[in-house]
Design a protein around this ligand. Structure first.
Ligand SMILES: C[S@@+](CC[C@H](N)C(=O)[O-])C[C@H]1O[C@@H](n2cnc3c(N)ncnc32)[C@H](O)[C@@H]1O
Length: 236
């Protein structure tokens, strides 16, 4: 496991409410734009504490959440134990492994594979390419990979903080936002960020990876609260 991967394994519930609000914002946009539909079967890669699952409950056909963190998966399994067709699995991912081999071996297919705010914790671009290569094998015909909240450059961090602040005032969760900022600044996360960097991925790199894998991509309009980040819809 890379440093970030072991970090997330032991600190899974770091940003609580703010992640929930981000997922709510994200899902509204995806549904309004018809990028996900009520009958879809969805794979949520790096599902964390289930913020996307909360938003998708009763709104889609089936949902599978995977994460490297056993704590996250255990939490989600308890929380959604009565939600039919919602499943959660710990994956052994990291380095060159996407952790999706079992799904590929079982010929599982998904209409949408969502990777929200995850690849910045990958050590390098080869790992992003490996993940997309495996995700491609899991797409149903007409399916899509939604690679979201990708950091192109850390220069946009203030812009992200501002859009989160604005939303927290409008949606009345300002206190949680302040807690989030304190954690981002003073917890282990910040120490880790200084030591380990977040992986920045430019559109040029996404274009190159998609070319290598014979995938098509389209840049989506802003669909997360981190407004300096970008999201892509990747198709066969
Ligand atoms: C910032 S959180 C995002 C969680 C969730 N997608 C959301 O937006 O609420 C990052 C998540 O990615 C997971 N993660 C990090 N590296 C991973 C990897 N190599 N494979 C699978 N999950 C990973 C972490 O465990 C963590 O739950």
């Amino acid at each position: 496991m890379s440093n970030w991967e072991s970090f997330w394994s032991s600190n899974p519930d770091l940003f609580g409410t703010v992640m929930e609000k981000n997922a709510a914002f994200f899902v509204e946009i995806l549904m309004n734009k018809n990028l996900i539909k009520s009958e879809d079967s969805i794979l949520d890669y790096g599902c964390g504490f289930g913020s996307l699952a909360n938003q998708l409950k009763n709104r889609i056909g089936a949902y599978t959440g995977v994460d490297i963190s056993e704590k996250c998966i255990h939490h989600c399994q308890q929380k959604f134990k009565d939600t039919r067709s919602f499943h959660f699995t710990t994956i052994d991912s990291g380095g060159a492994k996407s952790g999706l081999t079992e799904f590929i071996d079982q010929s599982n297919k998904f209409d949408a594979i969502i990777i929200l705010s995850v690849i910045q914790y990958f050590p390098n671009l080869d790992n992003v390419e490996n993940l997309l290569k495996d995700a491609k094998k899991l797409l149903s015909p007409g399916g899509k990979i939604i690679l979201a909240d990708v950091i192109q450059s850390e220069k946009g961090l203030w812009k992200d903080a501002y859009s989160n602040l604005k939303n927290s005032i409008q949606k009345k969760y300002f206190l949680s936002f302040v807690q989030f900022m304190m954690k981002a600044r003073f917890s282990n996360y910040n120490k880790f960020r200084i030591r380990n960097n977040l992986l920045n991925v430019s559109e040029t790199e996404i274009a190159r990876i998609c070319r290598n894998l014979e995938l098509h991509y389209e840049l989506l309009p802003v669909c997360t609260l981190q407004q300096s980040r970008v999201s892509y819809c990747i198709t066969l």
